[in-house]
Design a protein. Structure first.
Length: 219
């Protein structure tokens, strides 16, 4: 009778041991799936950031292959030959020109990059701009740019009015230009719904097909 009772216990112990072994084997895989992306660490390490002459902040960094896929940019690059290339300031302002047709249609790109800018202003009133671009080392293969702004809702005399992101050149050229213009109002009168003083910061940057960039003008 006692031996008959021992069998289920032994069987249960075997099942528990198997379950624990299964969990312990699955743990490393779960950790790997939720761990940090080594490509993202590389991209962050290659980012460059600086204060611009207008008093705002500029940041440019390389996109990781995972980001390229997530943003739908894989068709503009060859991921098999993709490189996370550190952005670098170009020597002198490279003149804009049509890229060699063969290079412009090349399947491989040297990489993709992302630029973020913040205009002159305060922490309660400022403009922002964003650009993504890809290049194959000779020609721009993809471009996208946008802008926005912020005004603190608890300061009724601050008002973000508008912005424009004006692109030029781009796909098929050796460079991509973006001009950000913002209209900020540091002295807004809610009662009259009018702005008595305007601040209109400007940032004009040029981006190269190899991750290079040039600051054309800022105010």
């Amino acid at each position: 009778m006692a031996r008959h009772q021992d069998r289920p216990v032994a069987k249960a112990g075997t099942l528990i041991s198997a379950a624990l072994l299964s969990v312990s084997m699955a743990a490393p895989a779960a950790h790997a799936a939720t761990g940090s992306d080594p490509d993202m660490k590389t991209a962050e390490a290659t980012a460059v950031s600086w204060k611009n002459k207008a008093g705002g902040t500029e940041t440019i960094r390389a996109l990781t292959p995972a980001e390229v896929k997530a943003r739908g940019l894989a068709k503009y690059v060859n991921l098999a030959r993709y490189e996370i290339t550190k952005p670098h300031k170009g020597a002198g302002a490279a003149p804009a020109a049509r890229a060699n047709s063969k290079n412009a249609l090349a399947a491989a790109a040297s990489g993709c990059w992302s630029h973020d800018t913040r205009s002159v202003g305060t922490n309660q009133l400022y403009g922002t701009g964003h650009t993504d671009w890809c290049g194959n080392g000779s020609a721009i293969t993809y471009t996208s740019s946008s802008c926005s702004g912020y005004d603190a809702p608890w300061i009724p005399t601050y008002k973000y009015l508008s912005c424009t992101a004006n692109p030029s050149y781009g796909v098929g050229f050796n460079v991509y230009d973006v001009r950000y213009n913002w209209d900020l109002c540091p002295l807004y009168v809610p009662l009259w719904d009018s702005c008595t003083t305007h601040s209109r910061p400007l940032t004009h940057l040029r981006f190269g097909a190899d991750g290079s960039y040039w600051v054309m003008s800022q105010s």
